[in-house]
Design a protein around this ligand. Sequence first.
Ligand code: ADP
Length: 496
Amino acid sequence: MTYPTYHNLIGGAWVPAESGKTILNLNPADHSDVIGAFPASDAEDVARAVAAAKKASALWRLVPAPKRAEILLRTGMLLQERKEKYAREMTREMGKVLAETRGDVQEAIDEAFYVAGEGRRLFGQTTPSELPNKFAMSVRMPVGVVGMITPWNFPMAIPSWKLFPALVAGNTCVIKPAEDTPLSTCNLVQTLMDAGLPPGVVNIVTGFGPDAGAPLVEHPDVRAISFTGSSEVGSLVAQRAAATFKQVSLEMGGKNAQIVLGDANLDLALDGALWGAFGTTGQRCTATSRILLQRGIAAEFTERLVARAEKLRVGNGLDEQIEIGPQIHAQQIETSKKYVDIALGEGAKLLTGGRVLQEGAYSKGTFFAPTVFAGVTSTMRIAREEVFGPVVSLVEFDTFEQAVEIANSIDYGLSTALYTRDVNRAFTAIRDLEAGITYINAPTIGAEVHLPFGGVKHTGNGHREGNGALDFFTTWKAVYVDYSDKLQRAQIDNAE
Ligand code: ADP
C-alpha cells in the first residue's frame, strides 16, 4: 500500500516528529483508503513548535493589523479556488458528505473574509480622564503564543475560527488538530502560507491528545489555549492550564433539543429534525439529539420522521447521492451501540436503526444506522448524555412550559430550536431556554461566523467564538497620556 507521508509545520519547515513515529489517517468510509501517515508528536515536538512561535511573535506582533488582515483576505480567496479539492480530501479523512465538506471549507472562507475586516477595526475606547490635560484610551494587545486543540468533526472550519482571529490580533499559534483529521488543518495552514504568512507564525503539531495536546496545555510559554472537544477532556485541559494561569476557551458538548409545538409547520419541523439529527451523522456539538413533541402532533410527527429516517441513504460521502456518511471511527460506533443498549435498558422504544451497518460495502468502514427512540423521558440517560452519533430521542410533553423545563433539564447548554407560529411563545423561548444559541423555525445546527458561538453550563466556560473571538485572543491595555507637564495624582489631586 502506498500513501504519502505528511509532517509537522515548525518555523515554516515541514518536519517529521523527532521520534519518527507516525499515525495512519484512514478514510472512515473505507479503511483500505489510507490518506497518509502523520507525525505522532510528543512534548519535544511541541517544545520546538512553541519556540518557533515565540520567535515569530517578535516580528508578527509589529506587522500592522491591516497588513495581517490582507493575508487573511488572500487566504479566503485562495480557499475559494481550492474549495472542491479540499472538500474532497476532507470527505476522505472525515467521512461527512461532499455537500457538508464544501460547507466546512466555505465556513473557513466566510471566517477569512469576516476577520479580514477586523484588521481595520480592532476597536478600543477613548474616554475622558478624571484629570485635566490627560488623555485616556484602551487598546487591544495580542496575547502572545496561543495553543489550539481542535476536534475532527469540522476539520477546517473550527481551526479557522481560532487561527484567523488569533492572527489578525497579532498572536502566533501552535495548533494540535484531531488525530483523525490532520490533513484539513495542513491544507488550511498551507493556504495561509501561500497567501504570505511568515514562517513560524502558525505551527502544526499532529498527534494524540495526551502526547501532543497535553504538553501544549502545560507549556509555560503558551499564554492561552483555545479548545474544542468533549467536556471530559475540556475539564482536564482547564485544570492543567490553571497551573500556569493560562486563559482557556472551552467549547464542548451538547444535548440539543428541538421543540415542536402543536401549531408548528410540521413539514418544516420534520425537515429541520432530520437535518439537525442526522446531518454530519449526528456528530456535531450542535446536533439535535432530543426532539420534544407536543402530545397532539407527536404520533403523526413520529411516524413521518421514522419513515424519512429509514429512507436516508447512508454510505461513502464521496458519492453525491449519499446523505449520511460513516461515523469517524470504531470507538464512536461503540459509543452509539452503548447508548442504544442503555436506552433499551431504560425502557425507551427503538423505532428504527440501533445497529451497526456491516453488510456489503459498509463492512469497509464504520457505519451506524440512523436511529430513533420514542417513549423517552427527561430523566433517562439517553435524554441527558451526549452520544455524538446518528441517534435521536423523542420526548413528549403537554404544555409549552413543560417543554422549556425539559429542554433546560440537562447539564449542557449549546443549541436549541423551537418550531411554532406563535410569536409570543417564540420570544418567551428566546428568553427562557438555557443555551448559547436559539433558533426559531430552524434546526439546532447552522451557525454563522459573525455571530457569537458557544454555550452555557457544561458546554463552555463563558467565552465565545465567532464575533466573540477577539475578546479571547486579545488582552486590554489601558493607556494614559498626561500632557499637563506636572505630577497629577488620580483620586487625590482632583478630589474636592
Ligand atoms: P472528540 O469527542 O471530538 O474526539 P476529544 O475531547 O476527545 O473530543 O478530542 C478533542 C481534541 O482534544 C483532539 O484534538 C484530541 O486529540 C485532544 N485531546 C484529547 N485528550 C487530550 C488531553 N488529555 N490533553 C489535551 N488534548 C487532548
